[in-house]
Write a protein that binds this ligand. Structure first.
Ligand code: GTP
Ligand code: MG
Length: 172
């Protein structure tokens, strides 16, 4: 599956924990193109899981995204992006810098994400958290276009995710 991405855009990965966003980002983008909420929480709080650092982490992430976009550099946001208000912040940054906001949704079965999560040492939340995320994802799918995302790519299941290939669209 070809995923068309304007060569200068703000790409939001969207997916529940364990859907494979960070793995996908590593596979398809340069490390410096990817701004992850975990990384920014770590920068602020010395702990990537410290949720109390989220507001400052996202403020900083948006700031860095803005600097990158000003310099004409594609930027990928690796966060769950399951909440409308979180995505609104990204759409705002994209608009302020005259670039298109693009969403790439990784939609895997909750049971698979849970299986992966249990095998991770860096994630300790319980199943109910994942169920809530799944519900938020379903809701998000209907809202992305209305929120201003100009391209929305939904990868359904591990096979589509594995087969995905990014193709950059020239702007002019
Ligand atoms: P959060 O950061 O918690 O939101 O999760 P994430 O969406 O970034 O998921 P991540 O990429 O960290 O993947 C979660 C786990 O699933 C990791 O242990 C990965 O190695 C594994 N995983 C991700 N994608 C794949 C895949 O395509 N195949 C397999 N076999 N494992 C995968
Ligand atoms: Mg991740």
């Amino acid at each position: 599956m070809i995923i068309d991405v304007p060569e200068l855009s703000l790409v939001a990965l969207v997916g529940i924990s364990g859907s494979g966003k960070s793995t996908f980002a590593r596979a398809h983008f340069k490390p410096t193109q990817v701004l992850s909420s975990d990384f920014f929480r770590g920068l602020i709080a010395d702990d990537e899981n410290d949720q109390s650092a989220s507001a400052d982490a996202f403020e900083t992430l948006h700031y860095v995204a803005g600097k990158r976009l000003t310099a004409g550099r594609l930027t990928v946001v690796d966060a769950t992006n399951l909440q409308a208000h979180a995505r609104a912040g990204l759409v705002k940054v994209a608009r302020e810098h005259d670039v298109l906001p693009v969403a790439i949704v990784l939609d895997v079965p909750e049971a698979l994400a849970w299986e992966r999560t249990q095998a991770r040492e860096d994630r300790t939340f319980d199943r109910r958290v994942l169920t809530r995320m799944s519900r938020d994802l379903r809701r998000s799918l209907n809202q992305l276009a209305k929120e201003g995302f100009r391209k929305i790519h939904v990868l359904r299941g591990v096979d589509e995710i594995a087969a995905a290939e990014i193709r950059y669209e020239k702007l002019f």
